[in-house]
Design a protein around this ligand. Sequence first.
Ligand SMILES: Cc1cc2nc3c(=O)[nH]c(=O)nc-3n(C[C@H](O)[C@H](O)[C@H](O)COP(=O)(O)O)c2cc1C
Length: 184
Amino acid sequence: MAVVSIVYHSGYGHTKAIAEAVHKGAAAAGATAHLMAVDVVNWDTLAASDAIIFGSPTYMGGVSAQFKAFADASSKVWFGQGWKDKLAAGFTVSASRNGDKASTLDYFQTLSFQHSMLWVSMGLMPGNNSSKGSEADLNRMGSYDGLSVQANADQGVEGIHESDFRTAEALGKRVADVAARWAR
Ligand SMILES: Cc1cc2nc3c(=O)[nH]c(=O)nc-3n(C[C@H](O)[C@H](O)[C@H](O)COP(=O)(O)O)c2cc1C
């Protein structure tokens, strides 16, 4: 059984809610799934994982300072290349539809590359990009590299579209499925 860990920071709860949905999708697909916030990281659990999924809100066009502190702390693992050949994926939440979320997803990839990990893309066609599309479409934000979620700045978790939660579950399932193949 594949082991998938989700490591996230969330200042105001939006990214936490999405992290929980990613975790739900991975567990439903049969993975042993671990969810951890960056301030309570279990490094042994990460070392025993087949895949690590990174999550952060987009703050000022990049990962949050708290997520970056986790990334910097992972340099101890980097020295020994302890995460080499593990799978990696990522998700971010921001208030604007674009909001420079791509910079955050790019950073997750750079982090994974420094660790010699293998990046898993969304594996979904973009939604809501034609006259027949709608906000209810899976992958409504239309990103390929990782999960992009939009959350209204003046609302809590209730302001996140239901399709973003389904898309988060789909990412968890995809990483769990690929990790199971990779583990074999
Ligand atoms: C310090 C700070 C910087 C932010 N920078 C951006 C930004 O660059 N782009 C954007 O679209 N939203 C930005 N936002 C909005 C957050 O990304 C958005 O509220 C997100 O849902 C927060 O996630 P969280 O509740 O998990 O912390 C910023 C919010 C804060 C507090």
